[in-house]
Design a protein around this ligand. Structure first.
Ligand code: AKG
Ligand code: FE2
Length: 347
């Protein structure tokens, strides 16, 4: 579907004229466009434990079917999301600046945020230094706020928030079922059930702007990363662009959009509690020249002070991990991740 450009709603660094002085020989890499969908499929209505175990061990990602989210909720949420992102940039920025970040925050150019929800630009990178930006805008939506801010004076956000809450409740349910099944497979006991803390759940709603220009510079919607979560549940529209790294063959694979399915990623915390039996999957997002893309990710973590113990890593809490990630992004421009906590690792 060809969309009409919406540059006035884009942060200035993503508008067409910003690209004219770019180097033109640096193309976005396009990789294997296989026809078959290779991702393992898990049916949430009757989870096949050995199949789930295989997906977690060999892939770190799977496609989820029969997840029980009504398709009209998915389409309404998508419509609301498009409407919010389509606001003219300055009014969008001012609108979100007037709302506490604990409720909703708006960011662009990076998906790395401080715990308060502000964009965490890499190294010396600044908000307007677009060459090193990821080609993405996002909304960060914590799901379990202690105090709810009334959004009645912003009807668009009020309606958006209602849909988000309804969607978030489904995500909490789904994450719990999947996580319990993973614990069974890992033969981890009841004590570990509390490792997944629904109160940490948050949604990230993304719009990947069109990357105008016939020869886009080498930018990514999101560049290669692993998620820090226990699990991430991703809902993408029909545009596509998510690619995952299949370690066994060292290849990048398109995680195709398939209607009414979700994609579940295992994150770093899952890798740690499984003692490296399961892997957090590397992934990235391509940009498009003629299409915007919307995706919504649900992320859930252990409680801040829950101590993760394993034979591979020194005991650490999620809060230790997050502090380290923030430090590494700020100082070195990239997340180092779990190897920071590996026993006998000299980092
Ligand atoms: O938009 C996507 O497909 C992926 C988003 C993602 O990887 C993330 O938020 O960590
Ligand atoms: Fe991710």
């Amino acid at each position: 579907m060809q969309q009409s450009p919406s540059p006035q709603s884009y942060p200035p660094c993503f508008r067409p004229n910003h690209l004219s002085d770019q180097i033109h020989h640096n193309h976005v890499t396009e990789t294997n466009h296989q026809h078959e969908d290779p991702l393992p499929i898990i049916d949430l209505s009757r989870i096949d434990l050995p199949k789930l175990n295989d997906a977690c061990t060999n892939w770190g990602i799977f496609r989820l079917i029969n997840h029980g989210i009504p398709s009209n909720l998915l389409s309404e949420l998508h419509e609301h999301t498009v409407r919010v992102f389509d606001l003219e940039f300055e009014s969008k920025r001012n609108l979100f600046a007037s709302i506490p970040t604990s409720e909703l925050s708006y960011f662009w150019g990076t998906a790395a945020l401080t715990p308060a929800g502000d964009a965490l630009y890499k190294g010396s990178n600044r908000e307007d230094d677009f060459k090193n930006h990821n080609w993405v805008e996002g909304l960060n939506v914590p799901l379990n706020r202690s105090e709810q801010v009334q959004l009645h004076q912003h009807p668009l956000l009020h309606d958006f928030r209602i849909k988000i809450e309804e969607y978030g409740a489904h995500q909490t349910r789904i994450a719990k079922s999947i996580f319990d099944a993973m614990l069974q497979n890992l033969k981890l006991g009841e004590a570990d059930e509390c490792c997944l803390s629904p109160s940490t759940g948050l949604l990230r709603v993304y719009r990947y702007p069109r990357c105008f220009s016939d020869n886009p510079p080498k930018v990514w919607g999101l560049d290669v990363h692993t998620d820090s979560s226990l699990v991430t549940i991703l809902n993408q529209d029909e545009v596509g662009g998510l690619q995952i790294h299949y370690e066994k063959d060292d290849v990048w694979i398109d995680a195709k959009p398939i209607p009414n399915t979700l994609v579940v990623h295992l994150g770093d915390m899952m890798q740690a509690i499984s003692d490296d039996k399961y892997k957090s999957v590397k992934h990235r997002v391509r940009v498009h020249r003629d299409k915007e893309r919307i995706s919504i990710g649900y992320f859930v973590f252990p409680e801040d002070d829950y101590v993760i113990r394993s034979s591979t890593y020194r005991p650490f809490t999620y809060s230790d991990f997050r502090t380290q990630v923030q430090y590494d992004i700020k100082t070195f421009g990239a997340k180092v991740g779990l190897s920071r906590f590996k026993l006998n690792e000299d980092l």
